[in-house]
Design a protein around this ligand. Structure first.
Ligand code: ZN
Length: 346
């Protein structure tokens, strides 16, 4: 039967982590109720209006759905608002694709293949930035993580590396992997040795940082490859490993360091463009020069120089990149269900 056919989109040409999938259930009984009772439409008009209906992107991607939308893990769901059973329930699948060099060609190919008739798919573009994308990625990682599973720091490491190096096929390095360790030999990249994966110190540090960010709200401190860490312990490790120096964080206050760490990761949405240790040597050499300049500027912090401030770039300005998000809303199941519900109603 057409309605039970599995027809998920083929997303294999997209690097892992660049497409986020959302499913929102919707109760047609509730929608019908809203259109007839609240908006006062005749049933026939209501159905033709409902057919044209597409929830907003906020409604489709919100973590807390509102009537007539809902989320459930239940295999035999009922509407939480009116109790309606399966035949009244349908869903929208929404795919959020991050625009960028690694996804643009694949996205165009995918969109070309989609059926165009009857608004089976709706495509919405939205402007966002690398910071919002980063937090959404973290959020998704957290929602899909089983933090009680011992293996999850390894899984989170994989998700991080997939995003960091989208061109690498990570199946092999992670196949039957038992442990991830900091390499004392490598200055960049990674190597597999037996059942262990060794990461260059900067990759290892960032993997720990990601694990901390994902798990910190779930427990006291965050769960990482190095065990449970408080923020102080995390920062101490990142400092001793040389990571903070490497990315130019000189602050001592844990809160400030933490902010800077997030700024660093959130500055570029394509992480393979985040400076590696080799690049950051160049960057920090350049930074030293500009620090001298900045020192000169800040040495005369008189009200007079503050007046001129408008034309000067903020030294601490956080750079975020604009990112275009492309949402594909799959309305196929919705259209079919509306039709069958109306047929049984009329
Ligand atoms: Zn309902």
């Amino acid at each position: 039967m057409a309605t039970t056919k599995k027809r998920e989109l083929d997303l294999k040409d997209f690097p892992p982590g660049t497409v986020t999938e959302y499913t929102t259930l919707v109760c047609l009984a509730c929608i019908f109720d809203i259109f007839t009772k609240q908006l006062g439409l005749a049933p026939r008009t209501a159905f033709s209006e409902i057919k044209r209906h597409t929830p907003t992107i906020e409604e489709l991607t919100s973590r807390q759905a509102m009537r007539p939308y809902f989320d459930t893990e239940d295999k035999h769901p009922h509407c939480p608002y009116c109790g309606s059973a399966k035949r009244w329930l349908t869903h929208f699948d929404t795919y959020c694709i991050e625009g960028g060099k690694t996804t643009d060609a694949a996205r165009r190919t995918l969109i070309k293949k989609l059926p165009t008739s009857g608004d089976q798919f709706v495509i919405v573009e939205k402007k966002s930035d690398s910071r919002a994308v980063f937090f959404e990625w973290l959020d998704t990682l957290g929602l899909n993580a089983d933090l009680n599973d011992e293996a999850w720091p390894i899984e989170a490491t994989r998700k991080y590396l997939e995003r960091r190096e989208p061109k690498t096929n990570w199946d092999e390095p992670f196949n039957e992997l038992r442990a991830v360790r900091r390499s004392s030999r490598l200055t960049e990249g990674w190597e597999r040795d037996g059942t262990r994966l060794f990461l260059a110190p900067n990759l290892y540090s960032e993997a720990i940082l990601i694990q901390y960010l994902v798990s910190r709200s779930h427990a006291h401190g965050g769960m990482t490859l190095e065990g449970r860490l408080t923020l102080m312990e995390l920062i101490r490790r990142l400092r001793y490993s040389g990571y903070l120096d490497q990315i130019g964080i000189a602050e001592r206050d844990p809160g400030e360091v933490f902010e800077k760490l997030i700024d660093h990761l959130a500055a570029k949405h394509e992480w393979y463009r985040i400076p590696t240790s080799r690049d950051s040597e160049r960057v920090s050499a350049a930074a030293k020069k500009s620090t001298k300049k900045a020192a000169k500027k800040s040495s005369k912090k008189s009200p007079k120089s503050r007046k001129n401030k408008v034309s000067l770039p903020e030294p601490d300005e956080v750079v975020t990149e604009p990112v275009k998000l492309h949402y594909l809303v799959d309305r196929r199941d919705f259209l079919e269900k509306v039709k069958s519900v109306y047929a049984s109603y009329a």
